[in-house]
Design a protein around this ligand. Structure first.
Ligand SMILES: Nc1ncnc2c1ncn2[C@@H]1O[C@H](COP(=O)(O)OP(=O)(O)OP(=O)(O)O)[C@@H](O)[C@H]1O
Length: 249
């Protein structure tokens, strides 16, 4: 579904994303894990066609994110780290505005469908300013799903949420993935999130990919170590000690 090849982004001599290459299969929930400033947002921004790579390529369902950017945008959904919604408009009005702008067919019907699926239908006529952060995230996700994307990119979707809100977003992502087979690419720095819902992960640090594999393979490979936390800190530690080991499938 997603094929990334030597993807790189430089800013005035600083390399924010350094030669990334990996794949994400259809129907997977992929956790892109890294500390603050590791390069996660820059990577996602290139994949959703918001910024141009300095070099390298990325394809979604066979379409190049630069050359075929309109097609790519039509098959992906994106939830940025800070969801932009109009506080003075209701949930329905927000979705209607964004849905009409992006040419969603039968937009009213589709909004009602998505709001029901996301258990937000009873809030559709409430102004967004009355919503909790978790509810705003759900409306942001509804917006990203209106045009039935094949792949959904989310940048730290549970950032700033309490444990209940975090669980509810996690459950929602599993529901979307299970019921619509939507591939999910999730930027996060939360190992707990990755452990609970991801089928495969990539670890990025200082712009470089340190490892990518399925969770099942990771457990097999690092069987003697206790937890994903141990594995993560060992891999990051190797890089910080100059070993620069790249673990891959
Ligand atoms: N427009 C820009 N110009 C210069 N440097 C940038 C720009 N955007 C990002 N960077 C730098 O690139 C690096 C990677 O940033 P990025 O936002 O991708 O990290 P991140 O992993 O998403 O971190 P966070 O979890 O804090 O959002 C950081 O050092 C950041 O300061």
């Amino acid at each position: 579904m997603l094929v990334i090849n030597s993807l790189t982004k430089n800013y005035d001599g600083f390399t924010a994303v350094d030669n990334l290459s990996f794949k994400v299969g259809e129907g997977e929930i992929f956790g892109f894990l890294g500390h603050n400033g590791a390069g996660k947002t820059t990577t996602i921004s290139m994949l959703v066609s918001l910024i141009r790579p300095s070099s390298g390529t990325a394809e979604i369902a066979g379409y190049d994110v630069v050359k075929d950017n309109l097609k790519v945008r039509s098959i992906l959904g994106y939830l940025p780290e800070n969801v932009n919604l109009y506080s003075n408009l209701t949930a329905f009005e927000n979705l209607y505005f964004f849905g009409s702008l992006s040419g969603v067919e039968n937009v009213e019907k589709r909004i009602n469908e998505v709001l029901k699926d996301l258990e937000m239908h009873s809030w559709k006529d409430t102004k967004v300013r009355e919503f909790s952060k978790g509810m705003r995230q759900r409306i942001g996700i509804a917006q990203a799903l209106l045009h039935k994307p094949r792949i959904l990119f989310l940048d730290e979707p549970t950032s700033g949420l309490d444990p209940q809100g975090t669980k509810s977003i996690r459950d929602l992502l599993l529901y979307i993935n299970n019921n619509w087979n939507t591939t999910i690419f999730l930027n996060t720095h939360l190992l707990s999130e990755v452990k609970k819902i991801c089928s495969s992960i990539g670890i990025i640090s200082h712009g470089q990919l340190l490892m990518t594999d399925s969770l099942i393979n990771i457990k097999k490979k690092f069987g003697s170590e206790k937890s994903l936390e141990d594995i993560y800190f060992r891999i990051e530690g190797d890089q910080n000690n100059g070993k620069n080991t790249v673990y891959s499938i």
